[in-house]
Design a protein around this ligand. Sequence first.
Ligand SMILES: [Cu+2]
Length: 486
Amino acid sequence: MSPRPISRRRALVFGGAGVAALAVGTAGWITTAGSTSAGGPGAAGEPLARPPELTARDGRLQVELVAAAGARLAGQDTRALGFNGSSPGPTLRVRPGDELAVRLTNRLDQPTNLHTHGLRVSPEGNGDNPFVRIDPGASFDYRILVPADHPPGTHWYHPHHHGAVADQLFGGLAGALLVDGGRALPVDDDRLLLVTDTTLATDGTVAPVGPPERMFGREGRLVLVNGQYRPVVPAAPGRAQRWRLVNGCTSRVLAVRLEGHTLQQIAQDGTFLPSPAPRQQLVLAPGNRADVVVQPDRAGRFTLIADPYDRGSGMGGAPASTGPVPLATLVVDGPAAVAPALPATLPAEPPPASATATRSTSFRMGMGGMRGGRGDAMPMSFTVDGRAYDPDRDDQIVAAGTVEEWTVTNTGPLAHPFHLHVWPFTVVAASDGRPPLGVPQDVVLVPPGGWVRLRIPFTTHTGRSVYHCHILDHEDAGMMATITVR
Ligand SMILES: [Cu+2]
């Protein structure tokens, strides 16, 4: 356990109507790496922290994760949720061929479980199984076998118990999951920037969320990076660093840019692009990851910003994000250096050449008295193909070994991010004309009234899992379906 911090009190007001003034205790605190930093949300401008790292040894990573309220978040002691008292939880680092053994203990007041988002692993049994239910007080032993040919990349983990996913992620339950190995890049630093959002009440509890917010998809008023409020990322002119950006927000789309800089994107959702791609802005749906290389060429302070993103306002519910949100500050200082150039080509995976079957599915919103995740009335229904999620119903049955082309349509006025577990897909085309990335990814935004076309190899694992909207309020309300590959 971390030593208890010595708190001083600091008052901080987060702007916006109805936002509670948050009394923020900031303190010096000890990271597991042994370094001390003065943390604090109130204290914007503290150095970016690295969540505790747990690294596989001799082919195995055995960890215990305890999900409980009382995490240290944004530099203060809160009633937010965390893994092992921390939000985000520890970063889990494995290599291809490793076994990831997680004992998850539930000290919440509701059932939970674990999803290894992005890993291409078995969804069966003690694997990445979304049907597992861990009741309060119980533990479950996950045993996840990372295939020897698994690509290295940036992934993450979070609970996936239907009906409680949004509340638990918004509460703070998320962590990074990195597959190491592969080609070393010429960078001086390799940093995780896991973005989450939440809203804290004055007493440090996570603020309750009403039906209108759940209908649109809740966006927290506090946007955090590695659990910190507007941290500082130190850099030297000329030196390159790799940032692993993870959108761990419940519903918020992050349209990210770095003042005065171009982000060189090298990977999406844990797979390399064919070559570094310059981006003035990167749009990350909830669940998406992007690895970028940042190489400042001059001293100064530059803000990493999430710009407003219109998810669709046809429902009369305006997006909660009304202005640009500062996420972090890049502070460039010190003597200039010259970093070696990035490689011109990266080890991208070629897309499947062709599909052997086609399939269509649609995200739908409709009028109707559906029940929300916590049982309260929702004015809208959230379905896949007109049916609310039923874990006992087989919605899609796919022949193992095939490559399918899916058309995912969205009949409604809000954008919905499509996420398929375990089997990543390559986007072939989208109705809004976005140029496809051409490499496997696992979350893609389906535009309002539009569609995306995906090519999905079902060639790795068999088993039963789910696909759903990654606006987790929508998933909890029923916008999820089962898939069986056999
Ligand atoms: Cu949705």
